[in-house]
Design a protein around this ligand. Structure first.
Ligand code: AHR
Length: 669
């Protein structure tokens, strides 16, 4: 005790020039290497609150079957195969029609958004049975209420329905009865409490009484959605996003914006208004990869543009919608809208701004208000095109900017630079965008870890007066991680951390960045790696998730100069670093990445740092095995660990574990 007190006071008085680690009660010696010098008195650039954000795309069952908490697959019978997801148990399948009954999807024709419904003819006193398989099963929590809503109409007889929550082995873990009456569409509701937990359950409807009954929009949500909203989101998954404190939310993608064909592009107007009237669309990732085909992947748009704006608001993130620009995905058909037929596309962009910000008396502001949000969503940025390249893009892009800037001069526009991080098309894109004096250029890079290690200085030479950068999609893809899974191993996360110190150091140029993609269902993925993995009840953060979280929650407000031998740390001796100050709470933040296998003791010298508080917080993310991963059953292999350190005056040594990301926060007094 006496020794600790002595050490504390000596450290506080600056007698020791070293880092004291209370857990080991040892002073670490100052090394003789040249120090890392940080000028704490000089802000080089402001860090935008938007700096670290999130990229959301409905890929890997991120929306339907993921964050969108609907548990019934194909609730409105609008998939290309209208009965997909629904099945009859073998016991009545072969006798279908003759003995027990018959289920068929009826197409009402025309261009109704919800053009199909289910007709069930119950022909046996024993009744008829239908089952929904959910998204790779249905997750039930013991004790949780499940709200079921459906539209029903009786054509003949007096049908009764038993609704049942089933375990994988068909045990019933909750049920409710419904009597249907009247031959007009009526809304029916039931709430069932699950008596057991099951990750791969199903939902069953038993029909009783000789009858003919029509059903539609058969929907089931858990009661505990995020903020308990009816058409809500999965609470655990949204919480993981909230924990990132994202500066922005980019939505709805990604390639999904463009579609494989123009017909299949994302059309935001078809995703707002009453949920039953939103038009289901095939998900472009349904057929994209033959080795991971997902024939049951459709977009119900229950999570539509209103819900995206609402999510951004809940997260305290700036909304950033990306719109198609009259070009289908150039990796697929690359279909083009002729230049003289672009008006509806441009009108969609103008109407979207009105939907987000317009008064309730405007057409689209009125739609927003009718959905329960009369206040504006304060949209400040909009993206035109996703991963487009070549002159066709710029021909179309200028039509958008002209119209948007004329009507909404303060709206910032995000423009794409294509899928390439360098090379001819990338350079051509940047040249064009520079000429057009655009606000933000969206850059994408999916590269091996080595590329990230080698490019931490990428933005050091960017023009400080040109367009700002939005590193809108990036992820390290480790070829050494298990193929084809390309797991989120520690090497990939470490590479991203090293690279991200370069993003932060260049916060005057890079004003937004986001890892991609965000979510993946462990049984429904098409693309890896991904930031957050989940099954029907559980989720875990990858090491990459914790890297994002540590940067986002420790970014500070101002970049400080941090050099060794007069140069920024971009990999010399395996070290990468950035220093910032959080002016709002007067805290110095050091972010250091040691990619070397061995521990390093790094002497630090603070310039213009007057009175340092003796106590600091150290956060470490590390693992000795670069191939280590987190998993659903082993979520905490690589998670941040916090400890208290005592910093002795303006010169001290930091111990950086091998293969680690270390953050030090020290209060300035
Ligand atoms: O993030 C996955 C995909 O990668 C995105 O949809 C697309 O923009 C990029 O090619």
């Amino acid at each position: 005790m006496y020794r600790s007190l002595m050490l504390f006071f000596m450290a506080f008085l600056g007698i020791f020039s070293g880092e004291y680690n209370p857990s080991t009660q040892e002073m670490q010696p100052v090394t003789t290497e040249s120090p890392v010098i940080i000028d704490a008195g000089n802000s080089l650039a402001s860090i935008q609150p938007t700096m670290f954000g999130i990229f959301f795309e409905d890929i890997n069952f991120a929306a339907d079957g993921g964050i969108y908490a609907e548990l019934i697959k194909n609730r409105s019978f609008e998939f290309d195969d209208p009965l997909m997801g629904w099945s009859q148990p073998v016991s009545n399948r072969w006798s279908n029609n003759e003995a027990s009954g018959f289920a068929s999807a009826i197409n009402v024709g025309g261009d109704a958004a919800n053009g199909h419904f289910l007709r069930v003819q119950v022909r046996s006193e024993d009744g008829y049975v239908l089952m929904n398989e959910g998204y790779r099963g249905i997750g039930y929590q013991a004790g949780m209420d499940y709200h079921i809503n459906l539209l029903g109409r009786v054509e003949e007889g007096h049908p009764g329905l038993t609704l049942e929550l089933l375990r994988a082995d068909s045990t019933v873990i909750g049920s409710a009865e419904l009597d249907l009456t009247g031959n007009v569409w009526n809304q029916y509701q039931a709430t069932i409490k699950a008596t057991a937990t099951e990750r791969k359950g199903r939902f069953r409807i038993r029909f009783h009484g000789l009858s003919v009954v029509d059903l539609d929009m058969i929907s089931m949500f858990p009661a505990d959605t995020w903020k308990k909203r009816k058409n809500g989101l999965r609470k655990d998954l949204v919480q993981m996003l909230a924990d990132l404190h994202p500066g922005f939310l980019r939505f709805p993608g990604g390639c999904i914006v463009e579609g494989r064909t123009l017909e299949q592009r994302y059309q935001w107007k078809k995703t707002v208004g009453p949920v039953a009237e939103r038009t289901t669309l095939i998900n472009r990732w349904n057929t994209e990869f033959s080795h991971r085909s997902a024939p049951d992947y459709f977009q119900s748009f229950g999570l539509g543009f209103f819900e995206y704006f609402q999510l951004a608001e809940d997260l305290g993130a700036e909304p950033l919608p990306i719109l198609g620009c009259g070009m289908a995905c150039q990796f697929n058909t690359g279909e083009l809208v002729p230049l003289d037929e672009m008006d509806p596309y441009i009108q969609d962009a103008l109407d979207l701004i009105e939907f987000a910000n317009g008064p309730v008396t405007s057409d689209w502001g009125g739609v927003r208000a009718s959905m329960g949000h009369p206040e504006p969503f304060h949209l400040k940025m909009i993206g035109v095109g996703n991963e487009q390249w070549g002159s066709d893009y710029f021909d179309r892009y200028v039509l958008f900017t002209r119209a948007i800037r004329t009507r909404y001069p303060d709206m910032k526009i995000v423009s794409g630079s294509g899928p390439f991080a360098e090379g001819e098309m990338f350079e051509y894109g940047w040249d064009e965008l520079r000429k057009l004096d655009v606000d933000y250029v969206d850059e994408h890079y999916y590269k091996p870890p080595q590329w990230f290690f080698e490019h931490a200085g990428r933005y050091d030479s960017y023009d400080r007066h040109g367009p700002k950068v939005f590193a809108g999609e990036y992820a390290a893809h480790d070829p050494l991680a298990e193929a084809p899974l390309k797991k989120n191993d520690w090497r990939s996360a470490l590479a991203e951390a090293a690279f991200m110190t370069g993003l932060l150091r260049n916060a005057d140029v890079v004003q937004m960045c986001s890892y991609a993609p965000l979510f993946a269902h462990v049984e429904g993925w098409q693309w890896t790696p991904d930031l957050i993995w989940f099954d029907n009840l559980r989720a875990y953060g990858t090491p990459n998730y914790y890297v994002q979280k540590l940067f986002s929650t420790n970014k500070g407000t101002d970049v400080l100069a941090m050099t060794r031998d007069g140069k920024p740390l971009t990999g010399q001796n395996g070290l990468y670093a950035a220093a910032t100050m959080d002016q709002t709470i007067n805290e110095l933040i050091l972010i250091l990445v040691n990619v070397a296998e061995q521990e390093q003791q790094v002497p630090i010298k603070l310039m213009n740092a007057h009175a340092l508080s003796a106590k600091g917080k150290k956060i470490e993310l590390k693992h000795a095995d670069l191939l280590a991963v987190n998993a659903l059953d082993d979520r905490d292999q690589i998670v941040p660990k916090e400890s208290e350190v005592i910093i002795a005056g303006p010169e001290f040594t930091m111990n950086l574990a091998g293969q680690s990301l270390t953050i030090l926060r020290v209060k300035m007094e």
